[in-house]
Design a protein around this ligand. Sequence first.
Ligand code: FMN
Ligand code: SF4
Length: 579
Amino acid sequence: MADYIKLFEPGKIGNKTLKNRIIMSPMQTFSYDSDGTPNQKTIDYFVARARGGVGLIICPGAKPTAESRVPGTPSFYDDRFIPHFRKLADAVHEAGSLVAQQINHTGKALTYTPGKLQEEKVLEAIGPSPLRYVKTGALLREATKEDIERLVEQISEAARRVRDSGFDMVEFHAAHGYLLATFLSPFTNRRTDDYGGTPENRARFLCEIIRRTRQKVGEGFPIIIRISGSEFLPGGTVIEDVLIQAPLLIHAGATALHISAGAHENTEVQFLSYLWPDAYISHLASAVKGVVDVPVITVGKLGNPDVAERVLEERRADFIALGRSLLADPEWVNKVREGRISELRRCICCNNCWDRIFTKSREQGRLFCTVNPSLHREKTFGIKVALVKKRVLVVGGGLSGMEAARVAAMRGHSVTLYESKDTLGGQWRLASSQPGKEIYNDVLKHLEKGLYDAGVSVRLNTNVTTPLISQLAPDVVILAMGAAPHTPVIPGINGSNVVQAVDVIQGKVSVGERVVVIGGRLIGMETALFLSEQGKHVSIVTANKLGENGKKLEENIYRTLRDRLIAKGVQIFPNCPVL
Ligand SMILES: Cc1cc2nc3c(=O)[nH]c(=O)nc-3n(C[C@H](O)[C@H](O)[C@H](O)COP(=O)(O)O)c2cc1C
Ligand code: SF4
C-alpha cells in the first residue's frame, strides 16, 4: 500500500488549519432554490463530501448583485441570505470539514441566462471593454468608473456576508473568463485608462476588491483568489502576466492563490477530459509558488492519488483541489487515507456533468455523473432490501448487466450473471482499450469488485439459450445484451475493404494507408485520430456537422478532438451523406 504522507499532512491557509491538503473545488450545482438559498438537498450534498474526509469545501460561485443572480445558484447580495447559509456552514463544520464560499460575478456569461431575467441581465452583462461575447454574440457594455466603484463595494459586501454566515474563508473567482478574469486578461481588456494596458493596471480592479474586503472582514479572515495561470488562448493571459499580478494580489491582502487555467473561449484546459494528461496545469501553480510566499492551490485532473501525492511531494503546490473526483466519489479522501484504493470510484473525465449543466441540471436542479447515480440524492438514494427474495438471471456482462446484477444481489436476491465472452465489461472494455481511455478500466475494476463482494455468481463463456433458461427456471430474467454497431445500407458496404471501427480499435483488422471514416461523432473522430497518429492518410465523411449526430458531442471533448484531427491533417467532409 502506497503511503500518502503529503496528502494527509495538516496545512494552514491564513489562521485556519486544514486537517489535510485536499480541497473540494467549487462546482456549480444548480441545486439551490431559485432565489439562491441553499436547500436541504444542497446541504446533504456538501455534508456527504465533508464526511468523506475533505479538508476544505469551496462552495460554488455566488452572485454578489441582484442583477447578476442566476436561478439555482447561490446568492449573497443581501443580508437576508445570511441565516440560510449559516445552516450550510454549520452542517459542513459538524461533518468535519472547513468551508469557504466562492463569489463570482459572471459578467458576459449572464447573456446566456434564459428566461425573463434576460433583459435585466443584459444591463449587468458588462466587461472591461465593449466586445462581443463569442458564445452568445452579445455586445457587452463597457464598465464605467461608477460601475467599477459600485462593484468593488457590492463584491466586498458579499464577502462580508460570507464571513457573517459562519464560513471559514471566501474565494473570489477571477479565473475562467468571468467578470474579474476579463479585467485581468489582455484578450478581453482593451481599456486605455488605469484599469487596462499593463498587467498591473489589469489587476487594479481585483486589487481594489481585495483591499475593500480586507477592510470589511478584518485581518484574520482568509481571502483566496482563483485565477487562470494561463488562458491558453492567443492574445490571452499568459503565465508571465500572472507572475506580475500574483504578488500584487497578495500585497492587496489576499491569503492564498488557487491556480486554474482557461477562459470561456477555451474551457478544454479547465475541464481536462480523458484526452489530456493528469495534472496537466500543475506547472502553473508551481511557477506562481516561485513569486509568492502564501499557500498555492493547484487543480485539474488530480483524481489519481499517486499523481496528487507526487504534485505535493515535488512542491508544485501546497494544496490540491479536486472537482469531478468528488462528484464521482464523495468518499475519495477517506478511501485514500485508509488505503482502500481498489474501492475508489474514479471520475473518468467524460465531462457529462458539465455537458448537462446548461440543460438537464438546470431543469432538474442537480448535477449528473456517469459513474455516480446517487449524486445529489445522497440521503434518498439507498439500496433497500427486497421483501420477497427472487432468483434473478442476468444475461450480458457489460456495464449495465454488471450493475443490475450487483444491485439485485445487494437487495438480497440470488443472482447469476451469464456472459458469452471470456471477460466481463462488454463494450466498455472496448472503450477502455482506446488510447487515452485507460481510466475507463477503473470503472470496470470497481464494478467487478462490487459484483463479487455482493455475492453474484458469474458464468463466463456461456450463451444463454431457451433450454438453459427453462432448466434454471429463474423468477426474473434481465436482458442486458448491449448494442451492435450500426451498418449503413450503401453500395459496396460488404466489400473486403470495409471494416467496423470497433474492430480497428481492438486491432482485430488492419487497414491500408488511405482510410475513409464514415461518421463524424465520437467513435468516428476517435478512430480517425487513432489512425492518423499511425501516419495514415485519413478522411472523415459525415452526414452532419462534425461532432453532431442528433446530439452534439460534449464541447470540450469535441474541440480537443477537432483540433487534433486538424493538426494531423485529417480531411473533414461535413454534411456529406454517403449514398
Ligand atoms: C459541473 C461543474 C461546475 C463547475 N463550477 C465552477 C464554479 O462555480 N466555479 C469555479 O471556479 N469552477 C467551477 N468548475 C471548475 C472546477 O472547480 C475545477 O476547476 C474543474 O472541474 C477541474 O478540476 P477537476 O479536474 O478536479 O474536476 C466547475 C466544474 C464542473 C465540472
Ligand atoms: S460525469 Fe464524468 S467527468 Fe463528470 S464527475 Fe462523473 S465521471 Fe467525472
